[in-house]
Design a protein around this ligand. Structure first.
Ligand SMILES: Cc1cc2nc3c(=O)[nH]c(=O)nc-3n(C[C@H](O)[C@H](O)[C@H](O)COP(=O)(O)OP(=O)(O)OC[C@H]3O[C@@H](n4cnc5c(N)ncnc54)[C@H](O)[C@@H]3O)c2cc1C
Length: 278
C-alpha cells in the first residue's frame, strides 16, 4: 500500500528542524523510519510533512558523563547493541533483525511507544530520563511519565526527544529476557532486571516489564518482596507471582492473555537467575 502524499524536508541542523516543526504542527520527524513508514503505508497517519532528522549526527552518540549514561536520540539499535551499556546493549541486540537494528533509533522507538517495544522495559528498570527539546528550550521527564499510553507520549507538537539518560548502576548485574515466536519478532513478553547482590542476598533490584500493558510496567511490590532475601525457589515463585499480578496483557496472535501473564512469572524468575549467574 502506498502512503498518502506528504512534503519532505531535510533540515541542515537541529535548530532548523525545530523551527520547521514549530510552524508545522502536523509535521512528523523521520528517524529510522521503521515504525513511521509502516504507519503511513497503513494510513494510520497523514502528516503534511516528514522532517528527516536521521542524518543529524549531533543526536547520535553514547557518552558516559561522570556516572550518567547519555545516549543521543538518533543512536541506532545496532550502535547501542555494540556499546556494552549495562542492560541496554543486551536489550538492543534482541530488537528485530539486522536491518531494523541498523536503521531504527532509540529516540524513534520510545517516541513511537509501541506497547511491545523492548527498550521501555530496560529503561523503566534503569529509571531513565528523557530529554525533550523544542524552540522554547528543554525539559527532562522520567520514562515512566514519558510513555503515557499505547502509541501515546508526553511529546507536544514542536518537541523532539534529544537524549536518554540514566545512572551507571555500578556493581549491578543485568538481564533482559524476551519471549518471541520467532527470532526478530516483537516480544510476547519482555522482562528486564537490574540487581545488586550482597553475599548471597539480593540487596537491590529493579524490574521492568513490556508487552503486557499499555506501556512499560515497574512491579515495585515484586521488587520489595525479594530485597534483603536469598533468591530461593520459594522467594522467586513469590516474586514471579507478584510481577504477574501487575500484568494486564491483551490476547492477540502472539498468545492468550492468560498465557502471557504466566510467562511474566517464568521470565521474571529467569531474568533474576540469569542476572545472578553473570
Ligand atoms: C520488521 C520490524 C521488526 C521490528 N521488531 C521490533 C522489535 O522486536 N522490538 C522493538 O522494540 N521494535 C521493533 N521494531 C520497531 C523498530 O525498533 C523501530 O526502529 C522503532 O520502533 C522506531 O524507530 P525509528 O528510528 O525507526 O523511528 P521512526 O519510524 O522514524 O519514527 C517513529 C515515530 O517516532 C517519531 N520520532 C522519531 N524520532 C523521534 C525523536 N527523536 N523525537 C520525537 N519523535 C520522534 C516519528 O515522528 C514517528 O512518529 C520493528 C520494526 C520492524 C519494521
Amino acid at each position: 500500500m502506498y502512503p498518502p502524499k506528504f512534503g519532505y524536508v531535510i533540515p541542515d541542523n537541529i535548530k532548523e528542524a525545530l523551527e520547521f516543526l514549530e510552524s508545522h504542527e502536523d509535521a512528523k520527524v523521520l528517524a529510522g523510519g521503521h515504525s513511521l513508514i509502516p504507519m503511513l503505508k497503513l494510513r494510520l497517519l497523514r502528516p503534511s510533512y516528514l522532517v528527516e532528522i536521521r542524518r543529524l549526527s549531533d543526536l547520535s552518540y553514547i557518552k558516559l558523563d561522570g556516572d550518567t549514561y547519555k545516549i543521543g536520540a538518533l543512536t541506532t539499535h545496532y550502535d547501542i547493541s555494540k556499546a556494552k551499556i549495562p542492560l541496554l546493549s543486551e536489550t538492543a541486540s534482541k530488537i528485530g533483525d539486522p536491518q531494523v537494528r541498523n536503521m531504527g533509533t532509540i529516540g524513534g522507538s520510545i517516541s513511537h511507544a509501541d506497547p511491545a517495544a523492548d527498550y521501555p522495559a530496560a529503561l523503566i528498570a534503569l529509571d531513565a530520563q528523557v530529554k525533550i527539546i523544542s524552540t522554547k528550550g528543554e525539559r527532562v521527564v522520567p520514562i515512566s511519565s514519558f510513555i503515557k499510553d499505547i502509541f501515546t507520549t508526553d511529546l507536544n507538537p514542536g518537541e523532539i526527544v534529544s537524549e536518554i539518560q540514566f545512572k551507571n548502576l555500578k556493581d549491578y548485574k543485568f538481564s533482559y529476557q524476551k519471549l518471541e515466536r520467532r527470532a526478530g519478532d516483537f516480544a510476547i513478553v519482555g522482562v528486564a532486571v537490574a540487581l545488586k547482590m550482597s553475599g548471597d542476598v539480593i540487596d537491590d533490584i529493579r524490574i521492568g516489564l513490556t508487552a503486557v500493558g499499555n506501556g512499560p510496567i515497574r512491579p515495585t511490590k515484586a521488587e520489595e518482596a525479594i530485597k534483603g532475601k536469598r533468591p530461593t525457589d520459594d522467594v522467586l515463585d513469590q516474586v514471579g507471582e507478584i510481577a504477574m499480578s501487575y500484568a494486564n496483557p491483551k490476547a492477540d496472535i502472539r498468545g492468550s492473555a492468560e498465557y502471557k501473564k504466566k510467562m511474566v512469572k517464568v521470565l521474571t524468575k529467569r531474568a533474576i537467575l540469569t542476572a545472578i549467574q553473570r
